[in-house]
Design a protein around this ligand. Sequence first.
Ligand code: 6GU
Length: 262
Amino acid sequence: MTGTALRVDVVSIFPEYFAPLELSLIGRARAAGVLDLVVHDLRTWTHDVHRTVDDTPYGGGPGMVMRPEPWGAALAALAPADAPPPRLVVPSPAGTRFSQALAYELAAEPRLVFACGRYEGIDERVLADAALRMPVTEVSLGDYVLFGGEVAVIVIMEAVTRLLPGVLGNADSLAEESHAHGLLEAPVYTKPPSWRGHDVPEILRSGDHGRIARWRRDQALLRTAARRPDLIAALPPGALDKRDLATLDGAGFQVPAAGMAK
Ligand code: 6GU
């Protein structure tokens, strides 16, 4: 293992969920020593014969809540007081939205600990206590509810791992992809040039790199305006030049003042 590897500890009552992290590019990053990822069974830190991790919620209501003691012991083991604290990431539908920007932040950390809640969640005191010693980030994938945080950790680790130095062969594919510039990516095509009566846009076969870049920019703008107007509205001031505005205007899209060049 190299000294620069991102160290990740995942705590879950379903460690088998993380088998996919052995595969494909994440598996390769682990084998190459870029990512040092260890999955732990929360029940390791239980002491009763039933290895209990949950109990009924104070105040009543449905479901069960994860008890604080096993989590306290797990975090004491994975974030010892005599070492620099890791960043604790807690997947939760009540967290802030995961984004490419947060993926870049996490990829720049030396150490991450993921705490996977199940049931109705983890006793809030676990997060309050952890926050006394380490940064804690509750993260949601979107506005829907999963059984637990395990799948979210796989999603987050895919987004993070591909940003680690040396994982993607071609650094340009990071710069050009969807969300890198706040826009969705233009459509892509490969051979054959005609398939079932659908032709590859002529301009992509023209060899004119200036016109191709402009076409891709226009496609990205039009797609984003149609599918994700919230992303257009969130562009920083000056992100759209006169040409961009003409493209959007020509397709009937109103551009909010925010993204406009002065
Ligand atoms: Cl991160 N966890 C759970 N349990 N549900 C979710 C989620 C996370 N993101 C969206 N729904």
